[in-house]
Design a protein around this ligand. Structure first.
Ligand SMILES: N[C@@H](CCC(=O)N[C@@H](CS)C(=O)NCC(=O)O)C(=O)O
Length: 296
């Protein structure tokens, strides 16, 4: 029997001072909200200022912005700054002013009479879709279906990331109860998506929308083994329709670009730490900025 199964919760919980048991995220987890230090955020010339990291929640927004630019919406031009969540950048005062919840992605729209702050990736996708009247169906029934799936994703991802991913890949001990519980739920989600995509090209039929962007950003990395190295464990190859949709969206130019923005891991040619101009994809990825690192 492991130590965890015999754990008796105290009357009042208190955080452990010894962080060894906390796993990979022990250094950034706190039981209180708010800023830990003063730090003003940088700001660029474009209407939209993004503070993010290329995790699935961050990728949703950079893909959306690149899709809008590809559609010709110049008002979607943006400056993207890297927030290193493992270094605690999300607890700087400037970031907390935009997102009191201290999580990426966070966005400022400077094109409104007063700057508009945005946090929560679903809220950001919906705001941008409405602002540019793009990537959301215009008929009421289609719009409702799109929002059904967008909100489904926002509710479902914590079971995938915070539940399955955490206990399968990150927890310092493997606890069968937790892994079984969240694997059951994640496989149910994959099956749900697979069945839906058997009869629909995209999540809302023939139209590619913010629902696809939100769901793809999370579920594609599970399908391709990039997240949690769990593709074999989850037997993802049985989800044929989900595979087809994953691969089709991965080929979109805007998706290829969006995935690189604020990425600080993986191949150097895919890491564009900050993005201020479309040309940055050609000249400012890490392999170009640090050619000596690229050669080693
Ligand atoms: N529901 C939020 C979740 C955002 C979120 O969990 N962001 C993570 C990275 S994917 C984060 O910033 N974590 C930092 C922390 O927890 O301190 C959204 O969709 O925007």
């Amino acid at each position: 029997m492991t130590e965890e199964t015999t754990y008796t919760p105290p009357k009042v919980w208190a955080p452990e001072t010894d962080s060894e048991n906390g796993g990979r995220f022990a250094s950034i987890n706190r039981p209180i909200s708010g800023a830990t230090h003063d730090k003003k955020l940088a700001s660029g010339k474009h209407p939209l200022q993004l503070y993010s990291l290329a995790t699935p929640n961050g990728v949703k927004v950079t893909v959306m912005l690149e899709e809008l630019l590809a559609l010709g919406h110049a008002g979607a031009e943006y400056d993207a700054y890297l927030i290193d969540i493992m270094q605690g950048d999300q607890f700087g005062s400037g970031f907390v002013d935009i997102n009191p919840n201290s999580k990426i992605p966070a966005l400022i729209d400077n094109s409104t009479p007063e700057p508009t702050r945005l946090f929560e990736s679903g809220s950001i996708l919906l705001y941008l879709a409405e602002k540019f009247n793009a990537l959301i169906p215009s008929d009421p029934a289609g719009r409702t279906e799109c929002l059904n799936w967008l909100f489904w994703q926002m509710g479902a991802a914590p079971y995938l990331g915070g539940g399955f991913g955490h206990f399968y890949a990150y927890a310092p001990v493997k606890i069968k109860y937790c892994i079984d519980r969240f694997t059951m739920e994640v496989k149910r989600q994959l099956d749900l998506l697979d069945k839906h995509l058997a009869n629909n090209r995209y999540m809302c039929g023939d139209e590619y929308t913010i629902a696809d962007i939100a769901i793809w950003s999370w579920y594609s990395v599970v399908m391709t083994n990039e997240a949690y190295e769990a593709a074999e464990f989850l037997d993802v190859n049985i989800y044929k329709h989900l595979q087809r949709w994953t691969q089709e969206i991965a080929k979109r130019e805007a998706v290829i670009r969006g995935r690189k923005v604020n990425r600080s891991f993986g191949p150097l040619e895919d890491q564009l730490h900050e993005r201020h101009d479309a040309s940055d994809f050609e000249t400012k990825t890490q392999d170009k900025l640090n050619p000596e690192q690229a050669e080693t």
